[in-house]
Design a protein around this ligand. Structure first.
Ligand code: ZN
Length: 321
């Protein structure tokens, strides 16, 4: 009886092995590329990262409230990286704090995921949103994609953490990983960066002057000037002789041509100096100029200034980004 059973199983295996083509990666053509072709990844764009300006006030308000809670926990525990996970019905499920324990890869996001599994038995996060004080690093971005999070929200950007805060990090935007979602799932996560960015940046502070800190690293970044939305038009109103020399009066109008309010703009200038000026104030040590009055220019609004200078040449002002 036993032998008959074994014989049947053996026959079934032999039949199966004849029925299926044996897969040989050197000669078989199964999938997208033929066996003789070289295989590589298709060019892929990074995932879109939404910012607060892209959200309606109601959604932004919700994210800000939850981010404020994450930052409050961070301050309470005096830890930089804190994450939280919410169910899509609005329930806060778990928190994760990067305390460096039990080991160095216990980042806030990883700790939060592990807490959710331990507390609630959650193994996949399709219906969940993750918040984190700092943008997910390369390791955590991949973990969040594997975990299948629907939405991911952060305060401070990786590029700022490394390049401006001098905090050690893998130099990669999480959108690089999130844009490659198609290897795991049908649609990308909804990615929102910079929620309560100013508060989060302030909480991270700066390690640039603390080279003995365990977080410190000397950044290796590319710095490019951004284009200022401010346009400066100048007009020479008049010139006259005074004490044997030519003197001119100029008027200037600064226009915000962008869609974002500009606060505390500064300007560099040619070395020419006026005899008197109104509307702008110079910082001689930095060779920069600031607005003398309420230093806020809304989109479409203008700010006027004027000066009197020896000669007929205007001072060439340039906005500093
Ligand atoms: Zn991480």
């Amino acid at each position: 009886m036993k032998i008959a059973l074994l014989l049947t199983i053996l026959l079934a295996f032999i039949a199966l092995s004849f029925a299926c083509d044996e897969f040989n990666p050197n000669i078989s053509t199964i999938g997208e590329c033929t066996a003789t072709q070289k295989v590589s990844w298709k060019p892929t764009d990074n995932a879109q990262v939404l910012t607060p300006a892209d959200l309606d006030p109601q959604e932004l308000g919700m994210h800000e409230e939850r981010m404020a809670y994450v930052l409050a926990i961070a301050k309470q525990q005096n830890k930089k990286f804190v994450a939280s996970i919410y169910h899509q019905n609005g329930t806060l499920m778990c928190l994760g704090v990067n305390t460096g324990k039990p080991n160095i890869i216990s980042h806030g996001e990883i700790v939060a995921i592990n807490n959710c599994t331990a507390l609630h038995g959650i193994t996949s996060f399709t219906n969940y949103t993750l918040y984190t004080s700092g943008e997910p690093c390369a390791m955590c971005s991949a973990a969040l994609l594997w975990a299948d999070f629907k939405t991911i929200v952060w305060g401070t950007f990786n590029s700022d953490l490394l390049c401006k805060i001098c905090m050690s990090n893998i130099p990669m935007d999480s959108s690089y990983i999130f844009g490659r979602y198609y290897g795991l799932r049908a649609s990308p996560p909804r990615v929102i960066g910079g929620v309560l960015r100013t508060e989060a940046d302030a909480w991270f502070g700066s390690y640039c002057s603390k080279p003995t800190s365990i977080y410190y690293i000397k950044p290796q970044c590319v710095c490019t000037n951004t284009t200022s939305p401010l346009k400066i038009d100048q007009t020479r109103y008049s010139s006259w002789f005074e004490n044997g020399k030519t003197v001119s009066q100029f008027g200037g109008i600064i226009t915000n041509t962008g869609s974002v309010t500009v606060t505390n703009p500064t300007f560099t200038s040619s070395p020419l100096r006026p005899n008197s000026i109104w509307g702008l104030a110079v910082d001689e040590t930095k060779n920069t100029w600031a607005l003398q009055w309420y230093p806020v220019i809304q989109p479409g609004q203008t700010f006027s200034f004027g000066y009197i200078i020896d000669g007929e040449d205007q001072i060439a002002f340039q906005p500093t980004a």
